[in-house]
Design a protein. Structure first.
Lengths: 333, 333, 333
């Protein structure tokens, strides 16, 4: 990275913090506290890192409480401060008024592209597809027919979008994400599985981020829907006709079965499986849980089958006690 | 989608149903009942949707029992009817007598392609590979050397096939599927893992469908085999030398360890893990189960380690009762 | 495969075994014992395969103890022998002094490539990236800016490497692996998730192998690190700022959460999930385990939450006994 050359004063303004020390100190880099050297800014985000502040070679710290270090910016929420500072830095990097389309891209004459797009090498764009301004399509992306992509999106390399998919503004699709795949739907005739063609679609609303190598299946009829602001981590699978609300966070390797309905502001940890059920708003689902029955809003569950967290943990603990008592009993005999 | 323009009479014939109402009604679209408007046909597939039939704006329904709606087609099996109708519609769409090979595709002179194939942009096809008639290879697909692909297959974008793989007829490989990857095989010499080269192959028989971003490893020696009619959902992993029978259905995010043997007509739910064991014909394996020991034919298991479903559920229920009694006991004291 | 034409004497020398029978026997192929025909060599690696030796049509066997077969090579460690023989064969195949760059590859003028590289079709290589000698980049690979790739690496088709990633020597990245993806990091402001830009990097050291369709996220600040000799199987997910030691083996569909620290020589089975904790050297983690707390070196755990294997299995067994006794009790009444 090119050096940032930001003064501590400027950084303090960006993160909205209270500055102690030399406001003119120039910061060239932001690094983890254990790796920091002169010219670096580091973040102290948890109590356990406070003692690292003493030995650091960083030139300044952003911290949630004073570490006694000579140059420090104290903020209420260090995570928020980190986001503000990194957004400031990367915005500067990304700002671009140049729009280029690779000579190698093969774009249907029936497609409509804003003049303000960037299209990488070896990209295919099908008939009647439209791409709005300031969207970036990276290398080796395939976009089918009748696909609509909004403004300021980024499609990373090797993304594939099947036909008839609609994507909103400010959507990020990471490398290798596949959108609009046929759902896993068959009818069993004797011992044979006959494929049910999937003529539905996928709608991804604004401000959604989909992780690398994720798969989002199209509806059989109707649509698979991911509402605005929802974030999905790498290698997750959203099946046909799933309906995911707004601002829901879905970690990696999660599987959501066909026609499941997930509410708003749900938090789903890694490797969770959700059957064809309804999950209410604001639920929190622990890692590897298997949600086999619908959940009311605000439930917090773990385990397979998913069980309220307090109950599950108490039951597990009780079983351990039972077992230990039995072992003791045997030893006495 | 272009309007279907199918009469209700025609649709009734396709699905083999009993028609009530105006046989000349023109249907332009098939939609979920809650989204239906004039010109739409909707399906009523379960009791819980019967009450939606009353308020629908659809022009006609396909249903398993009469809803009282003016235009309806009554069938024995709505899922089967849906399959028949969608297959009819999409067959019409797919029927094509035009075969094109993108100028950008790089095809070895030593490869043999039927004149009746479609090859997309930025495709590579290696030496001594053969592709039979009516197969469609979409954009950015890489096919190695000595690969054989049968008739009427579809390889979606970004599929990768390593060398020496054999694929039958009517096989669908969804976007990003990787076939013939080296197995995860090493020998530990001291603390180091030395790679065991994998010189085996993968054989995928007729009528198999492999989901997006799936991985199928090649045999170390010999082959990894997926027999005819088996369907695999997105993001599943089939390791080296696995042998999967016919007409088995494998849901998403399933992992099957090296040399496992899976029978015919097995049903494997999402996120199941199967160790290097044998699973008999017709087994049903519940979501997230971990199959650590071989299963006899017709077993139905859940949990990790996988346990017969009745036993596992009863044991879990018993533990909950024990715990609840203990809590009550404590409360009495 | 072209026939090997190796004498039994030569093979015995390669695997360091003790030869019985006709040393001049010519071997053309190595196959599983059940498929073997004349000219084939097969391996007998376990007691259960000893009885297959009698009926085999193979021309010779490599075995860990005498099977009585006329031509056999007896070795101490058959797995090691298999590795040595396959490494010998494939080394011969791979040896190449021809280095070609596809005309279709688009390589930045600011990139630095050894003259001894192979670059496939439809490859993009960004500014200031460097690729060292004898590295093979296969078709449809995308390499971003400021990427460093060492010697003798193989990047299989559709690999994507984001900017600022460093890869050592002898690294294998299987098809569709995505390296340097943004981590899943947000700060919640009201109900909205604001993206934390990830300006860190990924460092993959020498002799690492990463499976097909794996995802390795970049650090938010600092780096995600995979140390030398570590092997990762297909479809696994390594989140931002994870630090994985040397010679660790990670099976398929494993998820490792942000900032987790994994030691050296750890063995992680399929579908394991690891939270943001520390796993000590030489731990063994059973399939589908959920590691929610840090593990000391040499621990062996299973289950979710991960529990020492002996304890977990005994507790499960005890619960089954309790339940069975209860059922018997009820039956007596």
């Amino acid at each position: 990275m090119t050096p940032l050359n930001l003064s501590l004063k400027k950084i303090s303004d960006i993160v909205g913090g209270s500055l102690k020390g030399d406001a003119s100190t120039l910061i060239s880099n932001i690094t983890p506290i254990e790796d920091a050297t002169s010219g670096d800014l580091s973040f102290v985000m948890e109590d356990k890192f406070l003692n690292k502040a003493k030995g650091t070679k960083a030139s300044a710290l952003v911290t949630f409480k004073s570490t006694g270090f000579e140059n420090e910016i104290i903020v209420k929420n260090t995570r928020n401060a980190l986001q503000l500072l990194l957004a400031f830095i990367t915005k500067n990097n990304e700002a671009s008024n140049s729009f280029t389309i690779s000579d190698t891209a093969i774009i249907s004459k029936k497609a409509t592209l804003s003049p303000q797009v960037n299209i990488g090498h070896f990209v295919s764009i099908g008939n009647h597809s439209t791409i709005a301004e300031k969207t970036i399509i990276k290398h080796n992306v395939t976009i089918g027919n009748n696909v609509t992509i909004g403004k300021k999106c980024i499609l990373y390399p090797s993304v594939v979008i099947y036909d008839n998919v609609t994507i909103g503004d400010n959507v990020i699709l990471h490398a290798g994400a596949k959108i609009g795949v046929d759902g896993f739907g068959y009818v069993q005739v004797g011992s044979k599985w006959k494929k049910i063609p999937h003529i539905g679609t996928v709608i991804i609303e604004h401000d959604v981020e989909v992780g690398a190598n994720c798969c989002v299946d199209r509806g059989c009829l109707g649509k698979t829907l991911i509402k605005s602001g929802t974030k999905v981590d790498n290698l997750s699978h959203v099946a046909h006709n799933v309906n995911i609300g707004s601002d829901t966070a879905i970690a990696g390797l999660v599987g959501i079965a066909g026609s499941a309905i997930i509410g708003n502001n749900v938090q789903i940890a890694g490797q969770v499986g959700i059957a064809s059920v309804t999950v209410g708003n604001n639920c929190i689902i622990g890692g590897q849980a298997g949600v086999l029955k619908s959940l009311n809003p605000n439930e917090m569950v773990v385990g397979t089958p998913a069980t309220p967290i307090k109950e599950e943990y108490k039951i597990r603990a009780y079983l351990k006690i039972l077992y230990k008592n039995a072992v003791k009993g045997r030893q006495k005999k």
